[in-house]
Design a protein around this ligand. Structure first.
Ligand code: SF4
Length: 122
């Protein structure tokens, strides 16, 4: 069973993308980059903020996830880097390189597909 850890943009998670619900809905519906888990019992085990600009804290925060979940015998088997970070972060390449170098598990770029095309039409 895959155990999914989402890594997102701290600033977006705090102020813009309310409750991270688009990522969770996409996971529950197996849409967007979560379509690969359709028909499986994959679980979402965390949504981790990057730690703020310029992303210097991401590696220790990944290590904290391991420590924090160790008492329950849980750890992620897949990382998904959220749409907020992949699409908008000016430090994206650095963050992706660090996550891919240190996670030790597969890293997927992307999560939900629900980016609005416009604000007022429709
Ligand atoms: S480093 Fe990137 S992902 Fe993290 S808070 Fe800054 S803009 Fe967002």
């Amino acid at each position: 069973m895959e155990k999914i850890l989402i890594v997102g943009c701290k600033r977006t998670m705090d102020s813009v993308c309310i409750a991270c619900s688009r990522c969770m809905i996409a996971f529950n519906r197996r849409e967007g980059e979560f379509a690969r888990y359709k028909g499986t019992d994959a679980q979402l085990i965390g949504i981790l903020g990057c730690g703020d600009c310029p992303g210097a804290a991401i590696v220790p925060r990944l290590a904290q996830i391991k420590l924090w979940n160790a008492p329950m015998g849980e750890r992620p088997t897949m990382v998904h880097v959220a749409a907020c970070l992949v699409d908008h972060c000016p430090h994206r390449e650095t963050l992706l390189a660090k996550i891919k170098a240190k996670a030790g598990i597969p890293v997927v770029e992307g999560t939900h597909p629900y980016k609005p095309e416009n604000i007022f039409a429709g």
